[in-house]
Design a protein. Sequence first.
Length: 262
Amino acid sequence: MTTAVRLRPRATLALAASGVVGVAAFGWPLIVDPDAGVAHGTDAPWTFALLLPLVLAVVLAEIGEGGLDAKAIAVLGVLSALGAAIRPLGAGTAGVETVFFLLVLGGRVFGPGFGFVLGNTMLFASALLTGGIGPWLPYQMLAAAWVALGAGLLPRLTGRAELALLAGYAAVASLVYGLLLNLSFWPFALSAGSTGLSFQPGGPVVDNLVRLVAFSLATSLGWDIGRAVTTTVLVVVTGPVLLRTLRRAARRAAFATGEPHR
């Protein structure tokens, strides 16, 4: 696997810190005391919606400083523009997502650091084209960054075994992405405690997780399955060609060795 973006210790630390903030941003309903000030009304999602862009900016700056050269920026720009161009073909309509397969393949070829940046830039660029800018966008960007980063951390395999691994990962990551996005707004989708699907402030974590899963099954399962199927099919169909193409580009750019390709 090529490493298009080398993660220095400080960048790795910033990435880990963003992960902690991200877990808090998505999982606050499960961990924040209902009597805490941030839990009142809609304070929490707005607080994290404002905080996440700042955290992401710091992480991207740390990754970019000395680790993101002109060649990596060029590849990042091409993939982000391609993702932004094809996302309107689906943009989640009926669960059809035409952009996640690029996150999986890009993260796989160019490594976790590049994947994290790609997830942010691609979702932001596509949001500009589709008009999807709102308080939900930082959550989408971070979740997509995790999808691409995870693809870069997968075990090294080749041939059909690699394609099967990527297809399985694409399906699971697509479902988890949907669950995370549900978690970001679920506490306010229904009146607290009014139904068996509602968020129960201060309730046991396991009980609230069961309610979240039930809510997801009842409201967004069709879209999440559609995303998983679309992404998996696109990975399988385009993977052999795109993996070769991206790896050829990586060799020519000599990301791993820092020397020109001959």
